[in-house]
Design a protein around this ligand. Sequence first.
Ligand code: FEO
Ligand code: CA
Ligand code: CA
Length: 625
Amino acid sequence: MTEHISDIRQRFLSRRELLQGFAAASALATLAPASLRAQPSPRLPGSIGPGFREIGHDLTEGHRLSEEYRARVLIRWGDGLGGEEPTGFPLDSREQAQRFGYNNDFIAYVPLQGSERGLLCVNHEYPASHLMFPGNGTREETAGLEEDRVLCEMASVGHSVLEVQKTGEDWSAVSDSPRQRRLTATTPMGFTGPAAGHARMRTSGDPEGGRVLGLLSCCAGGKTPWGTVLIAEENFGSHFMGEPQAIMHSHPKEYAGMPGFGVNGAFSRWGRVDPRFDVTREPREINRFGWVVELDPNNPDSMPVKHTALGRFEHEGATVACEPGRPVVVYSGDDYENQYLYRFVSSRPYLPDQDGHNRTLLSEGTLYCARFHDDGRGEWLPLRFGEGPLTEANGFNDQGDVVIDCRRAATLLGATPMDRPEDVETNPVTGRVYVALTGNQNKPGPNAANPKPVNPSGHVLEILPPGSDGMRDHVSDSFDWDILFIAGDPGRDDALAGRYGGDVGDSGWLVNPDNLAFDVHGRLWVATDGANYQGFADGLWCMATTGGSRATPRHFFACPRGAELCGPEFTPDGRTLFVAVQHPASESGSTYDNPSTRWPDFREDTPPRPAVVAITHRDGDFIGD
Ligand code: FEO
Ligand code: CA
Ligand code: CA
């Protein structure tokens, strides 16, 4: 349904009132922004609200979910990729390299036989030595890790490919699948795009700058229509140690970027075992991380590639929007306070059934950053060397410099600082784009698209590329935007206040939206990361994005304490939902020896284990009905 332009203007007027309202918190209670009100489109796909009985806010040692549904653990950290249990914990590095990694995040289901059998492609974001090994104390006391534990950490990150099948109502890993694969911090991979072979990508171990070992901080990701998986490297700087000041004069560009990427060596000891991860000894190695990686999960012998044309920053995810005969669009947020939203547009078109051609599409194109105007319009600003401020006068010598120092380029162009852009997802029914902003307590001030002066609970933005629902043009350089909802408690008037489209009840409200997904009806599912400070568990909420219950979430699934929920992924038939429970028991003072929960095994000899859970309806219905 196409909105009338006068309705859009009216909503933008209300957005300004909303902005003023947050500046004066006492006014919040009386504000009911029109942009959050129901829209009169009850029959539009995507307008169907959740039909399940919701669960309450609580913080427990186990997971919880709506009573009409069942949840079964499919695979856990340390299991073999065919589901085989380990002989015991802790794991050594040799075992870990063969087994399901730590801190599962993004999940892609790639069908082999429809919604009954497929590949599960799972990211492993970061290790947690205090929960992986005995005797290490809390996270703050992890200095002095012995060498094999460092190697085990390096083997615990990256990505897993496993084959899964549904038998009756239960999903299990296939034990002898030839497609099983682990990618870790040492797996060889190549580069494409303007930074491939660039002088700033060359190291002592790779003088050509064309080959790198490993992928780091694999957070969210995406899928392409040609059957590959995109893996986003996020907080890669945290794996590096050393003294950035020591390279201030020898490598000024590398030095300049390091504070923003969190290089301080406080938690990582990897550089003691592998000098690549010591910035003092190998100052350019860090330039080889922070990219989007493309993996062909159907070919376990294929070499993954890092596509530098998509820019180097703390990529939360990489979501593809494209149609036959047109360029491929990839949306990606930079998950750091006051950083930006990006869009890549390929030079050449997507051609169905021409996989060889399609696998080259992400190597050449234009990267853009987003500017959100106060009037509800927005524009994509191209990051092209030689244009505007992206010149030698500002330290950019070529396009390789632009993509390596993407943040600095986007700042010079005037991109809008955001409240930590996490997942970006496109509604397959309407084509509208949704951006999870998880929160920002360290901002210079509000702007229209990030209206809270301080934002502890986050919000979700809606981007409307030109066109009508179902026919939106993601290639266009302009868009309209709206705020779908402000996360937080609707009963408060202070910085923790939330605002939704309707009455969310006691447990429909949420905080810190992180990962997003859509079901077959176009309903939005929001996974959270940060609720424990409010006294309840992170989990999953579902809502319509149009119609009478637009932006009115209902609570579906809750994690065990200390965990965040990641990777919500539906099978194509909409009847199975996979979720990744990440970092269970990650709480202050919680350790391997004395964890706050031993989910999911609850055995005294077994530590808490990040795990993927498969959720189905007890009657076989669509998830969410
Ligand atoms: Fe890895 Fe921004 O969550
Ligand atoms: Ca995330
Ligand atoms: Ca997260």
